[in-house]
Design a protein around this ligand. Structure first.
Ligand code: OSB
Ligand code: MG
Length: 368
């Protein structure tokens, strides 16, 4: 396969409702799509960097910049480039994992489409449907939260994740337990909003039998997470801290987490994501697939990953309708609490040209 060029496309997708986390409120998902064009097939990748560097240091405009100025020029130098050669060729550039992941996925998708192989099969999937959880933002009031959670349970979601922060933690969890009962799979995500000194406060979540607490402390505070894990009974799960297979192995060895959220963008791509899955399986650490409010492009790939054997907990792989009134691909629809794993070659979905045009802010073409 000979790559001939890349299209970078910045899009803006309005969310069906504002999504509030401990780091901010989002009403629009701004994202970067990468289209890799070759002599045999073209492939799509979605960048998960957000508009502002609040979840991690990356952001959309930095992604466009680093891909244009550094990543693609370096890849253009590689002879017989294929998807597994992308990460090694880009390793000299520090960080920028979300940008690297978007480029790698576009090339991997093109390669798999040319070969007629679905991404799920390439990664080692063992399921044709995956269980769906949903991430529920911070609300203005408990009644509003209970309405939202009730709606998602009615739609069939099999696991609820509540975003928490200081001042919105114990009470909302208690209210959801009281209203919907002890059988609901329930977990919380703090996106680094707490500090080491909050252990006693977070232990107040212990009676609610949560599946896990996700990333309570700073992303660099592995030792703090290890100490917290000893002080509370809720299992600690890491998201932001796990930036590579090595980081996962270190966190596990330190006792900083007993569950891992895998987001391919955060770790530099689907191939590294699979290595993290393998490290976790070898250590008996359950994993689940996180989300970054992806469009159908990123969602298709996430669902393929979530079909691997170690993904034993429901992921933040929600239906298109949880995010967007009109997705750019055929919508992903939750049925019996599950999403179907695409079966077509590559990621198995392609954006609808009209839908794509409607959300495009700008495009750039880079000849390879
Ligand atoms: O921490 O998991 C997170 C969304 C954006 C950034 C970070 C996170 C999230 C979510 C939503 O929780 C996941 C999704 O439904 O895509
Ligand atoms: Mg998270």
């Amino acid at each position: 396969m000979k790559l001939t060029g890349f299209e970078l496309r910045v899009i803006e997708m309005p969310l069906v409702s504002p999504f509030r986390t401990s780091f901010g409120v989002q009403t629009v998902r701004e994202a970067l799509l990468v289209r890799a064009v070759s002599d045999e097939a073209e492939g799509w990748g979605e960048g998960v960097a957000m508009n502002d560097p609040l979840y991690s240091s990356e952001y959309v405009e930095a992604s466009v910049d680093v891909i244009t100025r550094f990543l693609l020029p370096a890849l253009a130098q590689v002879k017989d480039l294929n998807a597994s050669g992308v990460a090694p060729a880009l390793a000299k550039f520090k960080g920028h994992r979300m940008s690297k992941a978007a480029v790698e996925l576009a090339i991997l998708d093109a390669e798999l489409r040319a070969a007629g192989v679905p991404l799920s099969r390439e990664l080692g999937a063992v399921r044709d449907r995956v269980d769906c959880g949903v991430s529920v933002g911070i609300m203005d009031s408990i009644p509003e939260l209970l309405d939202a959670v009730g709606g998602y349970l009615d739609e069939g979601y099999v696991r609820i994740k509540l975003k928490i922060e200081p001042g919105w933690d114990i009470d909302p969890v208690r209210a959801v337990r009281e209203r919907f009962g002890d059988d609901v799979l329930l977990q919380v995500d703090a996106n680094t909003a707490y500090h080491r000194g909050d252990a006693r406060h977070l232990a107040k979540l212990d009676p609610f039998d949560l599946l896990l607490i996700e990333q309570p402390l700073d992303e660099e505070d592995l030792l703090g997470h290890a100490q917290l894990a000893k002080a509370i009974t809720t299992p600690v799960c890491l998201d932001e801290s796990i930036v590579s297979a090595r980081a996962a192995a270190d966190a596990i060895a330190l006792g900083a987490c007993s569950i891992v959220n895998i987001k391919p963008g955060r770790v530099g791509g689907y191939l590294e994501a699979r290595r993290i899955h393998d490290v976790c399986v070898a250590n008996d650490i359950p994993v689940w697939c996180g989300g970054m409010l992806e469009t159908g492009i990123g969602r298709a790939a996430n669902v393929a990953l979530a079909a691997l054997p170690g993904f034993t907990l429901p992921g933040d792989t929600s239906g298109s309708g949880r995010y967007y009134s009109r997705d750019i691909t055929d919508p992903f629809v939750v049925e019996n609490g599950t999403l179907r794993v695409p079966t077509g070659p590559g990621i198995g979905v392609t954006p609808d040209p009209d839908a794509l045009e409607a959300v495009t802010v700008r495009t750039e073409w880079i000849t390879f």
